[in-house]
Design a protein around this ligand. Structure first.
Ligand code: ADP
Ligand code: ADP
Length: 230
């Protein structure tokens, strides 16, 4: 029941500006991976940010489990959606606060396991200050790559039914990239995933592909269908 539906969605960043999204309509089915593809500037990042209401559509609706996201209380919405974005947002507060987001009851052992899976333990566990001190450290003090790994660890811990990925591995160095991708792939299993996809391998394994260009859906379907039209 956690599918996402975009219905005739219009969006522009400023009221005088051009439409960034125009009448966008498609479904990201529950429990499936939907890949968003298209050239830079197509509106892919903007689109995924409408789900957790980082932005709101000016026309049309975005629905989660059949309910307009504007009608869902923010805490309900955020408990159902995990995000790993390139422009990582950490909430004001400590590393521990950020890790525990939506999972206040998580034990320190669970925090540690999620950090290990996301290769985030090095900067939390490996520092001379020690684990407890680092968990208390302000998230804002971390580097870009550390913040991104922390946001992946946060998503692993929270295990929300909906997962949004947008350049989730943008900051990963080569030695961490494979492990981080593996952790993300495991996390994707059985969830409703919308991934802004760049790698061909991601596109080829997605259940559904949506091609966006100039803020409009140009085509959609499983990749066999899209390839057959080329
Ligand atoms: P994509 O993810 O496909 O590269 P984006 O959603 O990032 O596309 O961008 C779509 C359009 O919206 C682009 O023209 C971009 O310049 C513009 N845009 C993106 N973010 C902002 C913003 N915060 N303010 C104004 N314009 C933006
Ligand atoms: P980006 O360049 O935006 O990070 P990718 O195409 O590399 O985009 O996809 C991001 C990550 O999402 C992948 O590394 C993978 O771990 C996960 N992922 C994407 N699609 C799937 C899928 N169909 N099944 C499992 N995991 C997936």
């Amino acid at each position: 029941h956690d599918g996402i539906s975009f219905r005739e969605v219009d969006f522009r960043y400023d009221s005088a500006g051009k439409d960034v999204l125009h009448r966008v309509t498609f479904d990201a089915p529950a429990g499936k991976v939907t890949a968003l593809v298209g050239p830079s500037g197509a509106g892919k990042s903007t689109l995924v940010k409408l789900v957790p209401r980082l932005w709101e559509a000016h026309g049309g609706t975005v629905e989660l489990g059949g309910v307009d996201v504007r009608k869902l209380p923010l805490d309900t919405l955020l408990s159902r959606v995990s995000m790993v974005f390139q422009d990582v947002f950490l909430f004001h507060g400590s590393v521990r606060d950020n890790l525990r987001l939506g999972r206040a009851e998580a034990t320190d052992a669970e925090l540690e396991a999620a950090c290990r899976a996301a290769r985030a333990h090095d900067f939390i566990l490996g520092l001379p200050q020690g684990y407890d001190t680092m968990l208390g450290e302000r998230g804002a003090r971390l580097s870009g790559g550390e913040k991104q790994r922390l946001s992946i660890a946060r998503a692993l811990l929270k295990a929300a039914p909906v997962l949004l990925l947008d350049e989730a591995t943008a900051f990963a160095d080569p030695e961490n990239e494979a492990r981080i991708q593996e952790a993300l792939s495991e996390l994707c299993e059985g969830r409703t995933v919308v991934v802004v996809a760049h790698r061909l391998s991601t596109i080829a394994t997605a259940d559904h592909i949506v091609v966006l260009d100039g803020g409009r859906v140009q085509d959609q379907g499983p990749h066999e269908v899209l390839l057959s039209r080329c």
